[in-house]
Design a binder for this molecule. Sequence first.
Ligand code: NAP
Length: 282
Amino acid sequence: MTVLKGKPVADAICGKITADIAELEKKDIVPGLAIIRVGEKPDDIYYQNSAEKRMESVGIRVAGIVLKEEISESALITKIHELNFDDEIHGILLLMPLPRHIDGEKVKREIAPEKDIDGLTPENMCRLYSGDKNGFAPCTPSAVMEMLEYNGIDVAGKNVVIVGRSLVVGKPLAMLMLAKNATVTVCHSKTKDLKSVCRQADILVAAVGRAKMINADYVSENTVVIDVGINQDENGNMCGDVDYDSVSAKASAVTPVPGGIGSITTSVLAKHTVISAQNMKL
Ligand code: NAP
């Protein structure tokens, strides 16, 4: 059984970015990422801190924008518009979900599509779903593709089963897989006989949000298992949607949690910010 770790993938992405940033610096361009956090949710603070660390390590300038939980929808939109027009900002990451009094669907549409490096806007979704490679796909499904590519796992012609159909993970990942000629099945809470559907997979992606749900009953000996989940187990420790001990005894390869897909996501964010800076210099 192969353990597919995130760190070498993240390092490889960052190595490539560092060279691209050096090229941009010759033209006096420093890629800039704005991270907008509304409120003090511990998960958001953790993600912001790790994203900032990653950006700084490769030479991307970060503007951390922390807004009060009570901020009005219109004030948040005004802030986004300011960033849209700021020439030093090439990417805007809006941490979701937003507080309940703010319409997240409405607000995310205000991000300029060319700075929407996490693929939240309808323009970028439309590009992804229509096969136009000029947009940005969300970072987490992109991280899954980076993991497979780095490890030489070609998805063309393979049976890929994705458990989860959210707009941030399952659906965009299905589009990325289709673009690489995989045969894709997307499962959800109403899927019948989920275990047997999953056992047909050459590549099984768990994006369910249920701690350790996917166990050895869901995999066959040849399955490559990608765990996107970030949950807490009964002891408060981070764990995935995959029961790692059970699955690793049977499947051919598994990504760990922590140390798997989650550790690639911020590198993809950095990569997208650099691409945006490269696009804007044209
Ligand atoms: P989500 O919006 O809650 O979607 C969960 C999906 O799983 C839904 O499509 C749901 O089906 C399906 N589902 C739930 N229970 C199921 C069951 N018993 N059987 C089959 N399908 C079931 O979650 P998400 O935002 O996509 O996130 C999924 C996981 O990825 C979470 O653990 C989240 O923390 C993690 N995540 C990780 C990263 C990262 O960087 N690694 C980023 C984002 C999210 P229905 O549609 O029928 O309800």
